[in-house]
Design a protein around this ligand. Structure first.
Ligand SMILES: [Mg+2]
Length: 253
């Protein structure tokens, strides 16, 4: 098959696929410490997957900090980059699928949106996405339509971020590919997020938690999704709450 084995030899009790900002990096210091310590204690039972809009440089810096659990897998750049956590090598089976869908569209997107109002290019450029800051008061619907007409997807979140992504690629679809490639059990997966760029995680039908500090647009969007728990607690405390809510670790408590 050519698929690298994960660092976990047996089926994990919990596959935690979590957003970073506001979610795995959210909550107060004691709340973060409590979750990180539990994950470090249970490292042999947990597969940790970061699913983030951040790029690999940010994540490399993050995981070098003392006390930060190391992810087994990283889905970065809003679902367009997939690497192993131990050496940041690409998960080729998933990465090549994304490459084909993007088809080197960076220059085309930059040309297409160069003079559109309400957009400012972010300083960081992924190789399979183009990301902007947007101004909600001046962004035009026609701008989004232009991108969609070009066969690409647009995700806006947190009232400030606008990502142009390969068609059909987002955090959720990429996570499903990873689950498939590593033959993980859906019932063992918990997804976690706080903004609209996490919505595709919740649309997978996997068990999920929208943490207490979630943006209102996300809270509205998940209201009718039966697999998503809206925690009252922020960030890491919301994740801990959801681990209890769904009964993870119940067999090994
Ligand atoms: Mg977030």
């Amino acid at each position: 098959m050519g698929i690298d084995t994960t660092p976990i030899d047996r089926a994990p009790e919990l596959v935690l696929a979590t957003d970073l900002d506001g979610t795995f990096l959210g909550g107060n210091e004691p709340q973060r410490r409590a979750l990180y310590d539990e994950l470090l204690d249970r490292a042999d039972e947990v597969m940790l997957v970061f699913v983030t809009g951040r790029d690999l440089d940010f994540i490399a810096d993050l995981v070098s900090q003392p006390g930060m659990p190391r992810p087994d897998m990283i889905i970065g750049d809003v679902g367009t980059t997939v690497v192993h956590g131990h050496d940041f090598s690409p998960v080729e089976e998933v990465q090549s699928w994304i490459d084909r869908r993007w088809d080197d569209s960076n220059e085309m997107v930059l040309d297409l949106l160069r003079d559109e109002p309400g957009l400012e290019l972010q300083p960081i450029m992924g190789s399979r996405r183009v990301s902007y800051y947007y101004d909600p008061t001046t962004l035009q619907r026609s701008t989004i339509a232009k991108v969609e007409d070009a066969g690409l997807d647009v995700i806006i979140s947190a009232g400030v971020f606008l990502d142009v992504l390969p068609k059909g690629i987002a955090k959720g679809p990429t996570l499903l590919r990873v689950i498939d490639a590593f033959e993980l059990s859906d019932e063992r997966v918990l997804v976690a997020g706080d903004t609209l760029n996490d919505l595709s995680l919740f649309h997978t039908g996997l068990q999920g938690v929208a943490v207490g500090n979630s943006e209102p647009g996300l809270v509205d969007a998940i209201a009718d999704l039966p697999t998503v728990h809206h925690s009252e607690l922020p960030g890491c405390a919301g994740i801990t709450d959801a681990i209890d809510h769904f009964g993870f670790f119940a067999r090994t408590a």
